[in-house]
Design a binder for this molecule. Structure first.
Ligand code: CUO
Length: 689
């Protein structure tokens, strides 16, 4: 019988032929002879005996009739693969469908083994990962971290030759850790470089890839049609932009200038210094001050004009202003308070759920493409797309935030049309938040001061170093980190009965990069969610303590950077349940903005308790799902989004003109409270122990 974990063997060293041993030589996949590709079939017998003798585990693969893979014609096995390229999206949808419709795990193993050496490696890995996540019989398989499969898309490739040398020359026990240098893509002459620690953070980019893996834009309806998917597309990306802007303020940079004029030249250059290790071609860079051009990529059929983008945007804006969209049958669909934002998300992205692709096009996706092909729009130079063309790499480029800032502004135009929240929607009678603050989790530290610093961590890249050494090879990299802390909220319950509430904790900057105070209207755009949790309030005073590592937006370091294979999988059932399903979730090490050295940067912290009976969602199953700890950004697997309120509540709507500063918003509501906290940065690097 095929074990669902056997599929993991297919998810290692994507470029190596399937018959080569996996798991550091311990596992061999026994392929039927006719599964070998043309290059290897004539020497099949010799290969099988040469490579497979030392194996501890053999995975038998049953032969099946070869599936029709013509949907992937023209997508080079070693070339680039992007979810933004329509042809690639269609191929991914077809392959996901092929994998999902296999009757059992053994058949999936057979078909996937056949496909593996014949299809583009990223296409294969993506489609198999999506299928594994969505099949009931493979849900318990831990999909390995993408950084370990495709390290070329996450770390400076300058380290690869060193890793190969170390792995080939030195025995496992004595191998040295190879350093990935921070800040390698530009010098400090470039102001934008101050944000490199955010844009090029491995965990940030992995979260983004995983989010798009959990919420595919195309594919079988069962995979795409998830609860409030369009709204979550808006909200998660909106929070990315807010977080980026906060980091900019910490680094004395103005907020992102949204890319609203598609004809303007782009002053921000980006040179990624990355290679696709599948074909050793570099990701192209983008010079300063070049403009978008019409794209006519005969290589993969991506054809879009700048004018198309403008037209789609204008139609979407018109729909928002009139309050309804037109579906493909010509019916009006109202953009109301509840579903409006979700429909707009599907339209703007656009996912396959868009109600009218002909009218509203695919603004966000095609914008990624037009930017990604800016250096070679008609394939004249045979260059592939730049980093904006791929969800694994897009967040590295400063233009990502300008493009998505523009997208966010469109969503917020709709939000600003809605009525401000009524007092009844904001209040929780009988509940008073007395105080909110933060405290480091060690004694003798002052309240409401958080500390950030650099941390050096390690990641095992062996399973992505195709044709590389056996065993583990570790690279170390430097990332932002914060000292562990807790949120402390004191809540009075004067209702005389036990009540349940939702505790919502947010922070926002209260000044911009120049130290100018932000009005509430400005500040509203920069609130970032820190934690949302369900709390039980006994009559009288309740002290609620939430540790930073319990945040509903983050996942722990170990999950972000989990390694491949059984050895690194937790055995405790609860820990295992958490570990499974997804690497989706903001990395814990990026929860707190960097702040600044010296006095630090001051933030407003905001806590609000709402009535759980107004927030609760009736799920069809009570079963605790795996990986529920980053539900604010990633939702819950197979369940409804767990909070009935609009995502971004209570900061997603405009407010009455009388609300000038945050205090004006908070003061009328006893169930809200604010305080100020300092974030102090120490420019030291501490090794993870
Ligand atoms: Cu996540 Cu544009 O959607 O990158």
């Amino acid at each position: 019988m095929t074990d669902s974990d056997d599929l993991l063997a297919l998810l290692q060293r994507p470029l190596e032929p399937t018959f080569l041993p996996k798991n550091g030589g311990k596992t061999v996949i026994d392929l039927p002879d006719d599964y070998l590709t043309d290059r290897y079939r004539p020497i099949g017998a010799e290969l099988q005996s040469r490579f497979t003798n030392d194996a501890e585990q053999r995975i038998p693969v049953r032969g099946v009739a070869p599936p029709d893979l013509s949907f992937a014609n023209g997508i080079d096995r070693r070339g680039a693969f992007s979810l933004f390229v329509p042809k690639h999206r269609d191929a991914a949808a077809a392959l996901i469908n092929l994998f999902l419709t296999q009757p059992d795990v053994a058949s999936l193993m057979s078909v996937a083994s056949f496909c593996r050496d014949r299809l583009n490696t990223v296409l294969f890995q993506y489609a198999l990962a999506v299928a594994i996540q969505h099949r009931p019989d493979t849900k318990d398989v831990n999909i390995p971290s993408i950084v370990s499969l495709f390290p070329d898309q996450f770390v400076d490739p300058a380290v690869f030759p060193k890793l190969r040398e170390e792995g080939s020359v030195v025995q496992q026990a004595n191998r040295m850790v190879i350093d990935v240098p921070p800040n390698y893509t530009a010098s400090d002459r470039e102001d934008e470089q101050r944000l490199a620690y955010f844009r090029e953070d491995i965990g940030v980019n992995m979260h983004h890839w995983h989010w798009h893996l959990v919420y595919p834009g195309d594919g079988p309806d069962a995979v795409v049609r998830k609860d409030r998917r369009g709204e979550l597309f808006f909200y998660m990306h909106s929070q990315l932009i807010a977080r980026y802007n906060i980091e900019r303020f910490c680094n004395q940079l103005a907020s992102v200038k949204h890319f609203n004029n598609y004809r303007e030249t782009i002053p921000q250059a980006y040179f990624p210094k990355m290679i696709r290790s599948s074909n050793n071609r570099s990701y192209p860079g983008r010079h300063a001050n070049i403009a978008l051009q019409d794209v006519n990529r005969i290589d993969n059929g991506t054809i879009v004009q700048v004018q198309d983008l403008e037209q789609w945007r204008d139609r979407i804006l018109e729909a928002i202003d009139q309050g309804f969209i037109l579906d493909s049958n010509g019916n009006n669909i109202t953009l109301d308070e509840v579903k409006g934002i979700d429909i707009l998300g599907d339209i703007i992205e656009a996912s396959s759920l868009t109600p009218n692709r002909r009218l509203y096009g695919s603004l966000h996706n095609m914008g990624h493409n037009v930017i990604a092909y800016i250096h070679d729009p008609d394939y004249r130079y045979l260059e592939d797309y730049g980093v904006m063309g791929d969800v694994t790499t897009a967040m590295r480029d400063p233009i990502f935030y300008r493009w998505h800032g523009m997208i966010d502004e469109i969503f917020r135009r709709h939000k600003d049309r809605l009525n401000p929240y009524s007092p009844a929607q904001l209040s929780f009678p009988g509940i008073t938040v007395n105080s909110v603050g933060v405290q480091l989790n060690r004694s003798n530290t002052p309240p409401n001061v958080l500390l950030t610093y650099w941390q050096r961590s390690q990641v095992d890249l062996a399973s992505g170093l195709d044709f590389g050494p056996e065993g583990n090879v570790f690279a170390s990299f430097t990332h932002l980190q914060h000292a562990p802390f807790s949120f402390r909220v004191e809540v009075n319950n004067d209702t005389g009965a036990v009540r349940r509430g939702t505790l919502r904790i947010w922070i926002a900057p209260n000044v911009d990069e120049r130290g100018t105070p932000l009005t509430f209207r400005e500040q509203r755009l920069y609130f970032v969610e820190m934690d949302t949790s369900t709390v039980t309030l006994n009559p009288g005073t309740n002290t609620i303590v939430r540790r930073s590592d319990q945040s509903s937006v983050t996942i722990p370091y170990d999950r972000t950077f989990r390694a491949v294979g059984k050895a690194s999988t937790p055995t405790d059932p609860n820990a295992l349940a958490q570990f499974r399903f997804c690497g989706c979730g903001w990395p814990q090490h990026m929860l707190v903005p960097k702040g600044a050295a010296g006095e630090g940067v001051q933030f407003d912290i905001f806590a609000m308790v709402t009535d759980y009976t107004d927030d609760a969602v009736s799920q069809t199953t009570d079963q605790l799902g795996p990986c529920d700890d980053a539900h604010s950004f990633c939702g819950l697997r197979d369940k409804l989004y767990p909070d009935k309120r609009a995502m971004g509540f209570p900061f997603d709507r405009s407010t009455a003109a009388s609300v000038v500063m945050l205090q004006d918003f908070v003061a009328p509501n006893s169930n809200m409270r604010t305080n100020t906290i300092q974030v102090k940065f120490s420019n030291t690097t501490i090794a993870r122990t």
